[in-house]
Structures are given as C-alpha cells and as structure tokens.
Design a protein around this ligand. Structure first.
Ligand code: 6LW
Length: 536
C-alpha cells in the first residue's frame, strides 16, 4: 500500500506511541492549550482517530501564564501490565510528572511528580523496576540523557540520577527513549534542535544503563540535507513493533509553505517511517534515512486505505477533542446548545458535541493579546494549507470573530465589532481584518454594515496567503465583500517563534468590560473544507 506523510497533519508535535491489545495509541505535546496531550488511536498506523486528551482536569493541567513555549512539552506513552502511563513536563508549573489509567477511553490519574529535572521524560519498565529518563543534568551536574530508577506507585526516586549518554555530537540532545530489542538496549534521541537541522540518532548497549555505543551511521533519520523539500525538520521519534514484528518510527516534521519559502504555519506534525533491523543489530529508518511524502510499503495490508479528514463542521467535531481552549478556560463564558450531549463542567473537559448547532461566546476584557489569563476563545487546528473557512456570526455587543492565531503577538483576526452609530441611528457593525505581527496591530481592510445585516465570515487558505472576505445578506440581497489578503509567513513558527501551529479560533472580546458581557456572540454554520489532503 501507499501512504502519505504527515499521517497526522496540523499542530501535533513530539509524538510518542505504544501498542496495547492490537491497537496503537499516540500522544503529542500541547503547550498552552487545554485540555492537554491529545490522544489518538489507530489499528493500522496510517489512519489515526483522536479519542480525546490525557490531561482534562485543572488539577492535572495548571496553565496560568503559559505561552506558546510554555505548558506541556514532549510526552511519552507506555503500556505496562494492563496500565497506560503518560509522562511529560509542564515547564510552566509542575515540572516532570506522570499520570496513569487502566481505561484508555476514561479519565487519567492526578499528576505524580518526579524529582528529576530536564525535559522530554520517558519510562522504561523491566523486571519489576521502572527507569525514568530525561534530557538534563544528572546529580553530579553532567548533562545528557539522565536516568534514575523510580517507585512507580509514588514517583519517588530510588537511585541517583546518572547521565547514561551524551548523544552523537549534535546540539540539543532531547527526546530520549529506551527499548530492549532482541536482548540489546537501544537508546534513541533527537539532536539538531526542532528546526531544519533536526535528526534522530541512537546508540546500543548491553545493559539498561549502557555503556552505549553510537550507531556509526548517525543520524539514522533526517531531512536536513533536502533543501526545498516539502517535509523538513524530521526528528523526535519513538519506535513501535507491529503485529507482524516489523518496527516503525513515528516522528515529528513540518511542511514548508513553498519550495523557496522556508516557513511553516501548520506546526509540527506526525510522520510515519519504516524501521529495518540488519543482521548486525543496527537499524535504519525511513527511505534511505529520510522521510518522504509518499511511502510505498508491503508491511501494511494492501486493503488499508489512508483517509484524511477534509471537512470540519460543528456537526462532526467535539469540544475537548478537536476544539480546545487557551490556558485554563472560564467555562461560564461559553454556551452550547441545549441538546448538547453533556453540560460543560469544570470537572473534566472531555467530549462535548455541538449537536450540529452553534456556539455562543460571552465577551470579557481578556483579549487575544492576553498573556496570563484565558480569553473567550475556542479553537481547532489548521490542518492543511489549502481550503476555505466559513462561519455565520451574530455580534450583539463588543467584538467577535475568527482569529488565525499563532500566539498572542501573531494573529490575523477577521472581526465584527458592534458600534453605536452617530446621531441615534441604529447600531452598525465594523467588519475588519486586523493583522497583529510582532505585537504591532494594523487594520488591513474593513467595511461597515448596518447591524441587521446577516454576516458570514470567510477565509480562503492558501500556502502563502490568507484571503479574507465577508458575505452580507440584507433584505434578501447578498453582497460579497472582499477584505484583502495577508501573507501566511508572518504567522509561521520561523517568524512567531514558539512550538505551536496556527489555530482557527472563534473568539469574543470587549476591552470596555469589567466582568462578563451580558449578550453572547453567536456562531453557526461553521465549516472548514480542505481542498486536498496531499501536501503542497
Ligand atoms: C520538546 C523538545 C523540543 O519537548 O522542543 O526542540 C520541545 N525540542 O523535544 C517542545 O516540543
């Protein structure tokens, strides 16, 4: 069969994978977004369904003040004796911790902290012992991949933290994972930084603590020498063995917006690469050490077809699965239709369907520029670079709209602002495109309509440009209104920095308020349609 990379498009960085009862489970990092750590399930490694998130409760996920380089960093998922463990770092507050569950579709435990520093923690279980590793300094101050043994019930360290490997010589050694395969220990990690020089390296050793000998062909996987190729930044991988005994690597990569434009907007995404063991006990990865867009393989049954979702509407997405919030949301500011399956509760944010209807958002004075608290904002990832977004909007007061949000200093907003007209005439709505780049805000296009006009917002997605427009309907008359174009590159990770990707956010705000606004903005008929699931 043939499959294309990325197998999970959109901002889902730092993948980690495990297998349990014939199915594969994958987690990704989530930074400043709530709920945290997206969780996916698959039966064939190429088709992935998000089944929820691991961190769904406030007690598991303090995010106050987290920005696009804060919050939840790379997680690892492991399955051991019937129990799933997810270990990660909340760089903004908790440090390294893990949670566990016996039901992958249910709730996970409260966090259990581990007193070893560094980031990108991973777990390895053997003979009743649990090894915890991360990249950082050991108890003697030596930096590299550092390992200790922990008590898995309590997280308590039961041995000193010792550096077991210093990598293959690249900068930013990170994302260590340890495996035992055919009697040998393999320690795999990333180097080069999560940018264009990213790579996967590994070493092999006779015991859980080494000594580890570097693979002579390192890096085992990288696209760093493929200038202009669509898939860049391959690194941060994790291995899994399939039902037939073949090994695979999931790893992150990103797609640049154009051959000669080294910028990416959809964040770091998940790719899949075959791994092949040689007689000598070393393995190779990808196709000749690179990850191509298209992989032809006979390891996956020929009857498997890769299907990537091309449409997102209110009817087929859920809050808490596809949609998420910035930092800790104030749920009293969100109102979903009465026939929603469950009420929103601050207990746990899991799965709330829109039941095909709309959403109402109450404005507060927390705006899209907010750095600490959570504005009224619910967002879904931009997963492909070509397509269209449409949404009907009703704004009775303040401002509401759709934001293409990279971070608080880099976002493009298609906004409707309600204003009182002069001389006691009826209200008017200012429909505008606001560009915020490097914290500098500029209105790039606008139009004024009477408040009784029905407004549909529309954004055309292209790899290098976003096109903004509105459709006005008044007294049965439709009038399309183009509002201009903005370049995608100013929202890219290369410009905006941080570790996230562009989110398509519905928001409401009103700087003049002290508390919550009385009347909510209404959003209905939301639709994103992507033109193709093939990378540009
Ligand atoms: C991740 C680490 C990294 O934890 O970035 O550059 C962090 N490398 O592996 C955020 O994804």
């Amino acid at each position: 069969m043939k499959y294309t990379n990325p197998v999970i498009p959109g901002f889902y960085p730092d993948p980690s994978i495990c297998k349990a009862d014939g199915k594969y489970y994958m987690v990704c990092s989530s930074f400043q977004y709530f709920p945290g750590v997206p969780l996916f399930e698959s039966q064939d490694l190429v088709n992935w369904r998000q089944i929820g998130h691991v961190l769904t409760r406030e007690s598991q996920l303090p995010l106050e003040g987290a920005d696009c380089s804060g919050g939840i960093y790379a997680p690892t998922i492991r399955y051991h004796e019937g129990r799933f463990y997810m270990v990660t770092t909340n760089v903004t507050s908790l440090g390294n911790f893990y949670v566990w569950t016996d039901d992958i579709h249910g709730e996970w435990s409260d966090p259990i902290q581990v007193q070893q520093g560094g980031i990108d923690p991973s777990l390895y279980f053997e003979d009743g012992k649990t090894y915890f590793m991360s990249n950082g300094d050991d108890d003697r101050g030596i930096s590299g991949v550092t390992q200790c043994e922990i008590d898995i019930e309590t997280g308590t360290k039961v041995s000193p933290s010792v550096c077991i490997w210093q990598g293959a010589g690249g900068r930013y050694l990170e994302s260590p994972h340890l495996y035992k395969i055919k009697g040998q220990y393999y320690l795999m990690a990333a180097e080069g930084g999560t940018e264009y020089g990213h790579m996967v390296v590994y070493a092999k050793g006779p015991t859980v603590n080494g000594p580890f000998t570097n693979y002579p062909g390192n890096p085992v996987l990288t696209n760093r020498n493929l200038g202009g190729y669509v898939i860049q930044g391959c690194g941060h991988g994790d291995l899994v063995e399939d039902e037939k005994g073949n090994f695979w690597m999931v790893h992150l990569a990103f797609r640049q917006i154009d051959r000669w434009l080294p910028f990416h907007i959809t964040g770091r995404e998940v790719c899949l690469a075959p791994v092949t063991f040689g007689e000598d006990g070393w393995f190779t990865a990808g196709v000749g050490g690179i990850t191509p867009v298209c992989v032809e393989t006979d390891r996956i049954d020929g009857s498997v077809r890769q299907r990537l979702k091309l449409k997102d509407t209110f009817a087929d997405t859920c809050v808490g699965v596809d949609w998420c919030f910035l930092r800790r949301p104030h749920l009293e500011n969100y109102s979903f239709p009465a026939d929603m399956q469950r009420e929103l509760s601050s207990e746990a944010i899991q799965r709330y369907t829109f039941a095909g209807h709309g959403i109402r958002l109450y404005p507060t004075n927390r705006t899209l520029e907010e750095k600490q608290d959570s504005p009224t904002f619910v967002a879904i990832r931009q997963r492909q670079m070509q397509g269209h977004i449409r949404c009907k909007i009703y704004v009775p007061a303040g401002e509401a709209g759709i934001s293409l949000y990279m971070n608080h200093e880099h976002h493009y907003d298609l906004a409707v602002r309600r204003m009182a007209a002069a001389m006691g005439a009826g209200d008017i709505c200012r429909v505008m495109v606001r560009s915020v780049v490097g914290g500098i805000s500029h209105v790039a296009g606008e139009s004024i309509v009477t408040a009784d006009t029905e407004i549909t917002l529309q954004i055309d997605l292209e790899p290098t440009e976003y096109g903004f427009s509105a459709l006005f309907i008044r007294e049965g008359q439709e009038s399309p209104c183009p509002l201009g174009k903005l370049q995608t590159r100013y929202l890219s990770s290369e410009v905006a920095c941080g570790f996230t990707g562009v989110m398509i956010a519905l928001y409401a705000q009103d700087e003049s308020l002290t508390g919550r606004g009385e009347e909510p903005a209404g959003f209905t008929d939301f639709e994103i349609s992507y033109e193709s699931d093939k990378p540009q």
